[in-house]
Design a protein around this ligand. Structure first.
Ligand code: DGL
Length: 267
């Protein structure tokens, strides 16, 4: 099936999932939309996140996608069920894959989760983790300064270290945690700094790898995997300025990104 896979996020964070999709499914074409103009979604109300997410989805549905990956934890927490109920194509989010990857990793059943205010308030992670294993202990903590920092292109160095170490003080106090879920797709972009602050004893989990595996399984099950041989022409759209998006896409994705377009989606 040569239709594309749609990937959405509030900004550049979903590129961390797109890059895994490109690695695991190199023949599939991706159409990515980041709502950079209205990023961050984290502090927004549930209704706002649902409205904006649907606007992104309508844009991608017009591009005839065969599957939708909600590569944003905040949108997954608030809108996934609604999207799965309403859309005629398979839809997956990033929270269940992230929870599954963490459960596979933890040795002592103490898992930390960091994410946006919206994701943490929704309690979607504790629920997803405890649905798999009710004995899991979860400590969740919001990190509202991370997404604006990443969207500005600050991914390392002293400034990043200062913000990350200040923000993670409460998480560091949870010294029994052996696994930390990056419950926001922007956070893998500052993973090295987060690892440095948390120390080697803590294994860091991002949901991209597990999510891509699941996309492959679902498309296979529906017999919708692309079986030919091609070099797919991915398309990237942002509602905001092109510069930071281009820089981060260029650094993060293994292949050169040729088409990045700025679009308006508030319809
Ligand atoms: N990447 C989004 C997430 O995973 C970022 C949220 C935001 O825009 O605040 O939640």
């Amino acid at each position: 099936m040569d239709q594309p896979i749609g990937v959405i996020d509030s900004g550049v964070g979903g590129l961390t999932v797109a890059s895994e999709l490109m690695r695991q499914l190199p023949n599939e074409q991706l159409i990515y939309l980041g709502d950079t103009l209205r990023c961050p979604y984290g502090p927004r109300s549930e209704q706002e996140v649902i409205t904006y997410t649907w606007q992104m989805v309508r844009f991608l549905m017009e591009k005839n996608i065969k599957m939708l990956v909600v590569a944003c934890n905040t949108a997954t927490a608030f809108a996934l069920e609604n999207l799965q109920n309403e859309l005629p194509i398979p839809v997956i989010g990033v929270i269940e894959p992230g929870a599954r990857a963490a459960i596979k990793t933890t040795q002592n059943l103490h898992i930390g989760v960091i994410g946006t205010e919206g994701t943490i308030k929704s309690e979607a992670y504790p629920k997803a983790l405890k649905d798999i294993n009710s004995k899991i202990h979860v400590n969740a903590h919001p990190c509202p300064r991370f997404v604006p920092m990443v969207e500005q292109g600050i991914l390392s160095g002293e400034a990043a270290m200062e913000v990350v170490s200040e923000t993670l003080v409460p998480m560091k106090k949870q010294n029994h945690i052996d696994t930390l879920i990056l419950g926001c797709t922007h956070y893998p972009l500052i993973r090295e700094t987060i690892q440095e602050v948390m120390g080697d004893r803590v294994t860091i989990i991002s949901s991209g790898e597990e999510t891509a595996r699941e996309v492959s399984t679902i498309l296979g099950y529906h017999q919708k995997l692309y079986t030919g041989n091609r070099k797919p022409a991915h398309e990237f759209y942002t509602t905001g300025k092109l510069e930071v998006f281009e820089t981060i896409a260029g650094e993060w994705l293994d292949q050169p990104v040729s088409v990045i377009t700025s679009v308006v989606i508030d319809y």
